[in-house]
Write a protein that binds this ligand. Sequence first.
Ligand SMILES: CSCCC(=O)C(=O)O
Length: 133
Amino acid sequence: MIRQARGYSYMDLLDLCPEKVENYEQKLKNFYTEHIHADEEIRYCLEGSGYFDVRDKADRWIRILIKAGDLIVLPAGIYHRFTLDTSNYIKLMRLFVGEPVWTPFNRPQEDHPARKEYIKSVIEKGGLPVKAH
Ligand SMILES: CSCCC(=O)C(=O)O
């Protein structure tokens, strides 16, 4: 399984509804503020739906719809944000390599080691035509 193959030792479930999440409104606000993490972000959708937004090479948003059965893996250092859609509910499995760290670093973050590493890997894979920040 992908958990063994990629070493995703940690797992929990995030039921994103006001009754189950402390500081629900603030959390949603933080999720929708453009940020990076120092580690991979791995989410498997069990119920509901929502959007992960990432940037294209020209720094425009790409909106990714996530629904039950979808897995998304965001590399460390990629700018992203998350929002619910009109269903207003999502249940996600969160996977992590080792002890989880969810700290967001809001944009701009060009000097963050994870950001530098991400930019390097993108360039190696075929380049960024425009300035990456
Ligand atoms: C609802 S999980 C995705 C939100 C996010 O970007 C984060 O975990 O920081």
